[in-house]
Structure formats: structure tokens, C-alpha cells
Design a protein around this ligand. Structure first.
Ligand SMILES: Cc1cn([C@H]2C[C@H](O)[C@@H](COP(=O)(O)OP(=O)(O)O[C@H]3O[C@H](C)C(=O)[C@H](O)[C@H]3O)O2)c(=O)[nH]c1=O
Length: 352
């Protein structure tokens, strides 16, 4: 094998798309997918690649230092794409400790295991840390964008934990010369996303004619990127980005939540053969998310100018593809939304 790449969190939403891309595109790489299989990790996301000869799944916890050291030694890992993280803002508001443990301590544990294994021989090695635009805080409605120079200003326990992990990665680069790169991406959408996030949650609720809980007045703005475009950006930066650099990844595709929700409603209603706008009645304005960031919008010109990446999919096309996927993969959704999920859903979304 030409390279041994560890992808952490590969059974999650974005991770599974990165695993699929790398396993298919690089048959001479061994891809090791490390995942703890928490509620958000799902091996069903990878059924189509699980028998490929260059793919290995390992169940494990990035916080377990001894296990990480053994893993690096066993597979002689030379590249890491680190996606394993707790990622849902609402959960972080209820349980910040879990976010500090996984996102901060887990990242530090992995960094330390990589540093020890590579032992100063940085050539040909790379640690690619996947992060979020939420570390930059919130923008007003004035057309400004987050750039790589924007000061960190996280507001939620989730974004604070990701900001801290980003700082640890940069500290390893600056202190030890450790070969690391950080990317900060905007909101992703597409197949295999856990239905706690806005788009899959709302598609599923519309199908089942359940209320659509719009936080506050639905005026917050997010910049949406199709998940396969994110995976392509990671591929580009992992191979051609410069050590010690940060790259922002975004869609130049800002939507007010309520406008996006109306697009989803129209698309689902049409594909289910319901009268246009039939599901508008499901829109339910609920108590806002605490500390809800007003607007995220990312400037990814550096990535385009230096490495030539740009989003490939128009939003209308991406949403159509996404809704069709969820409607065609009901079994996947039904498996996830049985058992534990129902209890979480009741706690989270009823009586807000
Ligand atoms: C679940 C839900 C969300 N919302 C609102 C809250 C946000 O303004 C927007 C999107 O929420 P969501 O939780 O899907 O995503 P963000 O909080 O923007 O964060 C996401 O994008 C960043 C980049 C990450 O880094 C996070 O990991 C990822 O979860 O819809 C509602 O109005 N109702 C709902 O039921």
C-alpha cells in the first residue's frame, strides 16, 4: 500500500463521504476508519465500501491513548483525517462535558499519538483536522464573510470545544513543527446526515406530518455546502494544502432558515405528490436556541485561488438530490429513528 490513512469518525455523516471518496479514488491507499459508533456513527452509511480490499474498520475511542498508540503502530499510519467529533450544538448546550472530552481531549490524544509515532520524521506525514466555521462566532447581516484571518469568537459549548481543538493542532505545528493543516467548513447537507440536524430532521418530519420546530423567528442565516463537495475539498487540501495553514470551505450559498425550510417543504410535498405548500401548516415557531448565532457565511477564496477547489453543485440540484435520497432510503431513516432517538426527540422538540 502506498499510504496508510486513518480517518476518524468515518462512520458519521461527513466522515462516511470522505471514506467513500478515498476508498474509491485511491485503491493503493489503505483506509482505516476509526469510529466509536456513538449514536451518530452508523456502519450502514458505508455498506457499499465495507468489503473493499483497501478498507478496514476499527471500533475505538480517540480518547484512549494506549489504543491510539497501538493503532498507529499496527497500521503504520502516515496520514490522519480527523473528523471524529460531537457535532450538534443543541446537545452541547445540554451536555458540554461530552463535547470537551471528545473534541478537546480526543483531538489532543490523537495528536500526541501521531507525534509519538512519527517521532520528528514529518516528511510525507500529515494530520488534517476538520473543523467548523462556528469557531469564528456570528456575523451581522452586513455581507461580511469569515476569512482565515477572522478572530476566533465561539459562543456555544460545541464551537468552544472545536476552537480549543483547532488551537491544539496549531500549537503542535508551532511548537514541534508537527505537519498539520486545519479546515473550517460551513453547514453541510446531503445523504446520511443524522436527523437531529435541520435538513434531515425536517424532511423526515414532513413525511410523517410532524411539527417543524423553527427556532426563534427563522431569520438566522447559514451557508450550505453539499457534503460531497466538502469531501472533495478535504481530498484537495489533504494532498496539496500547506502545513501550518488554515483553509475555509464554504458554499457561497447563504439561506435564511425560514426560506430554506420553505424550499424543503415544496420539494418534499412535490415528490410525495402532495398539493403545493400542503406542509406549510407544520411550521411551528418555538423557543430560540440559547446563544443562537445570527449568521454564518464563509469566504473560501483562498482555497479556490491556491488549490483550485470550488463547489460543484448548485443548491437547487443538491436539495433535490438530498430530498430524493431520504425519501428513497426510508429504511435507513426508520432504523435510526427507532428506540433511543424517540426519547431524545420527545425531550428535545416537544414543549420547547
Ligand atoms: C435542528 C434545528 C435547527 N434549527 C436552526 C438552527 C440553525 O440556525 C439552523 C441549522 O441548525 P443545525 O443544528 O442543523 O446546524 P448548526 O447549528 O448551524 O450547525 C451545523 O453546522 C456547523 C457548521 C457545524 O459545525 C455543526 O456541527 C453543524 O451541526 O437551523 C431550527 O430552527 N430548528 C431545528 O429543529
Amino acid at each position: 500500500m502506498k499510504r496508510n490513512i486513518l480517518i476518524t469518525g468515518g462512520a458519521g455523516f461527513i466522515g462516511s463521504h470522505v471514506v467513500r471518496l478515498f476508498v474509491g479514488k485511491y485503491p493503493d491507499y489503505r483506509i482505516i476508519n476509526l469510529d466509536r459508533l456513538t449514536y451518530a456513527g452508523n456502519l450502514a452509511n458505508l455498506r457499499d465500501v465495507e468489503n473493499r480490499p483497501n478498507y478496514t474498520f476499527v471500533k475505538g475511542d480517540i480518547c484512549d491513548y494506549d489504543a491510539m498508540r497501538s493503532l498507529f503502530a499496527e497500521y503504520d499510519i502516515d496520514g490522519v483525517i480527523h473528523l471524529a467529533a460531537e457535532s450538534h450544538v443543541d446537545r452541547s448546550i445540554r451536555d458540554p462535558f461530552t463535547f470537551a472530552r471528545t473534541n478537546v481531549m480526543g483531538t489532543l490524544t490523537l495528536l500526541q499519538a501521531a507525534r509519538e509515532h512519527w517521532n520528528g520524521a514529518w516528511e510525507g506525514r500529515r494530520f488534517h483536522h476538520i473543523s467548523t466555521d462556528e469557531v469564528y462566532g456570528a456575523l451581522p447581516f452586513d455581507g461580511t464573510l469569515f476569512t482565515e484571518q477572522t478572530r476566533y469568537d465561539p459562543h456555544s459549548p460545541y464551537s468552544a470545544s472545536k476552537a480549543s481543538s483547532d488551537h491544539f493542532v496549531r500549537a503542535f505545528h508551532d511548537t514541534y513543527g508537527f505537519p498539520a493543516v486545519v479546515t473550517n467548513c460551513s453547514n453541510n447537507y446531503g445523504p446520511y446526515q443524522f436527523p437531529e440536524k435541520l435538513i434531515p430532521l425536517f424532511i423526515n418530519n414532513i413525511r410523517h406530518e410532524k411539527p417543524l420546530p423553527v427556532y426563534g423567528r427563522g431569520e438566522n442565516v447559514r451557508d450550505w455546502l453539499y457534503v460531497e463537495d466538502h469531501a472533495r475539498a478535504i481530498d484537495t487540501i489533504f494532498h496539496r494544502g500547506r502545513d501550518g495553514e488554515t483553509y475555509n470551505i464554504g458554499g457561497f450559498n447563504e439561506w435564511r432558515n425560514i426560506d430554506l425550510i420553505r424550499v424543503i417543504i415544496r420539494t418534499v410535498d412535490r415528490l410525495l405528490g402532495r398539493p403545493e405548500g400542503a406542509s406549510e401548516k407544520l411550521i411551528t415557531y418555538v423557543t430560540d436556541r440559547a446563544g443562537h448565532d445570527l449568521r454564518y457565511a464563509i469566504d473560501s477564496r483562498k482555497l479556490k485561488e491556491e488549490l483550485g477547489w470550488e463547489p460543484s453543485l448548485q443548491f437547487e440540484e443538491g436539495i433535490e438530490k438530498t430530498v430524493r435520497w431520504y425519501l428513497a432510503n426510508q429504511e435507513w431513516m426508520d432504523d435510526i429513528t427507532s428506540g433511543e432517538y424517540e426519547r431524545y426527540y420527545q425531550e428535545m422538540y416537544t414543549g420547547r
